[in-house]
Design a binder for this molecule. Structure first.
Ligand SMILES: Nc1ncnc2c1ncn2[C@@H]1O[C@H](COP(=O)(O)OP(=O)(O)OP(=O)(O)O)[C@@H](O)[C@H]1O
Ligand SMILES: [Mg+2]
Length: 228
């Protein structure tokens, strides 16, 4: 039952937040071949790579959204693709925040309503201070379709942080933002990771933001190569 799901508290003996083993996946051609990756507490991992190299596909696999053709994804010690659907859903709901490349807000609703749905599901409270910091406080009551791309992007980031997840998967979260706003947003994400002793898997084209992570990988020829 969903209500029986308990968050695993920070510092729980030696469990990796994320541990992916030997992932392989192909659509028209092999995109990922035998990829392994772990993320521990307070670790921020960035992935770069050319368009079409499979970054979003890898993110979707790690974030419980797409079962890989081969390999395992363990989140907080649970092999997520061996779980029953409702258990996987509970992990996604309570432990994971996904910032999509194309932000996936509900278009007919306001920003505030979009955030409210996420917090209702996860049982958390919207954070007024965060809205102020991300510069979205005054636009929360507008319909999503009346907002710019960057405004929508910030609302989707606020929505994810408001869920208070341990693991954040962010796919080009600053793609629509100017440098200054991008840094404000990433600082908020980084601080959150520190606060909850969480982990971040970040896909980005922004080298400076990638460099502020603990590890940077390039996805190329279906392999993850450690850049730094
Ligand atoms: N559901 C799908 N069905 C078939 N092919 C897919 C699917 N999703 C992605 N692909 C293909 O897999 C390849 C990698 O896509 P992906 O979105 O993972 O790349 P990416 O590295 O995130 O690119 P970008 O930087 O442009 O966002 C592309 O050739 C894409 O067409
Ligand atoms: Mg992508």
């Amino acid at each position: 039952m969903l209500s029986a799901y308990r968050r695993i508290p920070p510092g729980t003996g030696g469990i990796q937040l994320l541990d992916a083993q030997n992932l392989s996946h192909a659509f028209d051609y092999p995109l990922l071949q035998n990829i392994s990756l772990s993320i521990g507490e307070e670790e921020k991992v960035a992935v770069i790579g050319v368009s079409g190299s499979g970054k979003s596909t890898l993110l979707h696999i790690l974030a419980t959204l797409l079962k890989p053709q081969k390999g395992h994804v363990n989140i907080l010690g649970a092999d997520v693709y061996s779980l029953e659907n409702k258990e996987r859903l509970a992990i996604r709901r309570y432990e994971i925040g996904i910032i999509f490349q194309f932000h996936y807000l509900f278009k007919g609703m306001s920003g505030a309503e979009n955030i409210e749905i996420a917090t209702l599901l996860s049982g958390t409270k919207p954070d007024e201070e965060l809205f102020e910091r991300l510069g979205i406080k005054d636009m929360l009551n507008k319909r999503v379709t009346e907002l710019s791309g960057g405004q929508q992007q910030r609302i989707s980031i606020a929505r994810v942080l408001s869920k208070n997840p341990r693991l954040i998967f962010a796919d080009e979260p600053t793609g629509n933002l100017d440098d200054e706003t991008a840094h404000i947003v990433m600082d908020a994400v980084f601080e959150h990771i520190q606060k909850v002793r969480g982990g971040l898997f970040l896909v980005t084209h922004d080298e400076r933001i990638a460099k502020s992570c603990d590890r940077v990988y390039r996805l190329e020829h279906a392999k993850l190569e450690l850049v730094r």
